[in-house]
Design a protein around this ligand. Sequence first.
Ligand code: ADE
Length: 254
Amino acid sequence: MTERMIGIMGAMHEEINGVVELLSDVKEFTRGMRTYYSGTLNGIKTVVVFSRWGKVAAATTVSNLILEFNITELIFTGVAGALNEDLNIGDIVIAKRLIQHDMDAQPLMPRFEIPLLGKTYFECGHEQLITATKAVNALLETKQLHEVISDEELAAFNITSPKLVVGDIASGDKFFSYAADKHALLEKLPAVLCVEMEGAAVAQVCYEYGLPFTIIRTISDAADEQSHIDFPVFIKKISSRYSVEVVRNIYAQF
Ligand code: ADE
């Protein structure tokens, strides 16, 4: 049996720094403007990398994880802008399916279909969904979050009782900062919970290589005129700690 080797990616430095600190016997390897930190986490071989932003950055990084490090599965943690009205800053979304909202090869292909794959959505594996759901529930249903983020910091973002939602995530090379844009997307894809810039690209590469993946996103903003203010503060103060705890809880199940 192939030895398990887990790749962990994040699109922000802040999000992966804490995860790198969980690794033992860390080695650094730099290639193509990425630094890969490999080591072990709870005895499992793991490589952690900051992917940079956007679909190309994410796709090249995951390809390198597969080809250079022979990862056997991929975990992506990061933030997203909420499309669904019931989502609040601090809630967590686990992707059940991912779609590339900027893919449009009409009239050659139906809107959103990935050319030549004949697929519009990439589905997360059942086992990965169960593991991620348990990990996030353990974080949100216990005191764990309050142990790593102060009540004042949570209150500054009105985070009172954050919840987990599992469903569709849309990715594309666009930071949503106008409510009109999010409503336009919701008209076309009403089931989408949130938007980000990497997940569906990672999912496509993983699908093409037959690799299981998990995409977990914390809501940092409402994908509207306020997002460019909420997003950087949230990343600095809150989301990095969410990522570390979620990863810890995932590994606790291995
Ligand atoms: N990631 C976090 N917030 C986002 C937004 N508003 N648009 C796209 N990606 C995001």
